[in-house]
Design a protein around this ligand. Structure first.
Ligand code: FMN
Length: 367
């Protein structure tokens, strides 16, 4: 991308920023993707963006069978974010593969297919159905309850998370990158991340929503019919950034998607500096459907302004050791020009306010 930067002194500089990024064996032309569940299968966003100019679309998590989702109300506004308990509403994988995925392929949009199951076997079947289909990647949404283990969320247990990824890896097309999407609702995200990588994931998507709730003070009951819901938007950005930072620090070679509250190019840059190779944007799409291309443009400008000509240069840059700044020792008394002027002024009985112009007045000088 070619960027024109207007600097303060009004000089105009043209900088070519290479926005490409690597996600496993794929090189993608742009690091900004839409996040699962916030843009269905991408069609609605096509009126606002050239979807071939962004990284790609992560489709709404698809299950084996059609699902109506949870009871309403299932959305609530929160300070700097939103709470949802949609409950993976969708048409089921077969309709998705016949109707939605072909649209993305015909329009040459990079499709990341998000799958969600209720058991390890379901995940395996879903991955198997992607053989021979025009998907570029699989994102495995493991923030789902395991019906075979008392509803325990796969993403909250190392061995459950690993079993899902292993099964998906076995069933999926051989060269298709597999990204495990993790939940922040765990004590040690690095241990879940490393279990998924050991099980065969190509990379990780960090993070899914975090569990929250709102109580309606008029009815004095939970506002969402499902009681709890997933919190998203800027409210979770610091939490998401911390997860990306910790996982990149522990596994610097693992490709990461940074996700959570990204609204601007500078927000995206924070995730890339923390170690993400690409980002996904979700909640922002509900009030700014043109955000993907805007954020991509703002990110390229931000990189250029910081003297970088590629996204690659910025990935994980926030982890470099701090520059060591050795504090300067104060000059010994009598050595500085100010001290000499002061001493000679005092000796000559001059008015010392004539000797120093105001902003050169030596600090800490007790006069
Ligand atoms: C309405 C809504 C529906 C979502 N549905 C899914 C989903 O189907 N699968 C999934 O992995 N994540 C889903 N998410 C989570 C987002 O993909 C994303 O991880 C999260 O919202 C944080 O990013 P954001 O703050 O940019 O929205 C959903 C989020 C929202 C707000």
């Amino acid at each position: 991308m070619s960027v024109t930067i207007r600097r303060q002194e009004r000089q105009i500089k043209h900088v070519n920023v290479d926005m490409s990024t690597k996600l496993g064996n794929l090189t993608i032309a742009d690091p900004v993707f839409t996040a699962s569940g916030c843009a269905a299968s991408g069609q609605e966003l096509a009126a606002f963006n050239d979807l071939t100019a962004i990284g790609g679309v992560v489709t709404k998590s698809i299950q084996l069978n059609a699902r109506a989702g949870r009871a309403t109300p299932r959305m609530a506004e929160t300070p700097s974010g939103m709470l949802n308990s949609i409950g993976l509403q969708g048409p089921g994988i077969d309709i998705f593969l016949n109707r939605d995925l072909p649209w993305l392929a015909e329009h040459e949009v990079t499709a990341v297919v998000s799958i969600a199951g209720q058991s390890v076997e379901e995940y395996s079947k879903l991955a198997g159905k992607l053989r021979g289909k025009p998907a570029s990647m699989i994102e495995v949404n493991i923030s789902c309850p395991n019906v075979e283990d008392r509803g325990q969320v796969f993403a909250c247990d190392k061995s459950a998370a690993a079993s899902v990824i292993q099964a998906v890896k076995r069933a999926a097309p051989a060269s298709m990158p597999i990204f495990a999407k993790l939940s922040p609702d765990v004590t040690d995200i690095v241990s879940i991340a490393s279990a998924c990588m050991d099980a065969g994931a190509t990379g990780l998507s960090l993070i899914n929503t975090t569990l929250g709730m709102v109580i309606d003070t008029t009815t004095m009951r939970p506002l969402l019919a499902g009681v709890t819901g997933g919190l998203s938007g800027p409210a979770i950005r610091p939490l998401a950034l911390r997860c990306v930072w910790q996982v990149h620090q522990a596994m610097p070679d693992v490709p990461l998607f940074g996700i959570g509250g990204i609204r601007t190019g500078l927000d995206a840059l924070q995730f890339i500096l923390a170690g993400a190779s690409a980002v996904q944007i979700g909640t922002v799409l509900f009030n700014d459907p043109g955000a993907p291309q805007r954020i991509s443009r703002e990110l390229s400008e931000a990189l250029a302004e910081r003297g970088m000509d590629s996204v690659q240069q910025a990935i994980g840059l926030g982890h470099r050791p701090p520059e060591v700044i050795v504090p300067e020792l104060p000059d010994p008394p009598g050595d500085t020009l100010e001290d000499e002027l002061y001493e000679s002024a005092v000796a000559d009985d001059e008015d010392i306010t004539d000797v120093f112009i105001e902003d050169e007045w030596p600090e800490d000088q007790d006069v």
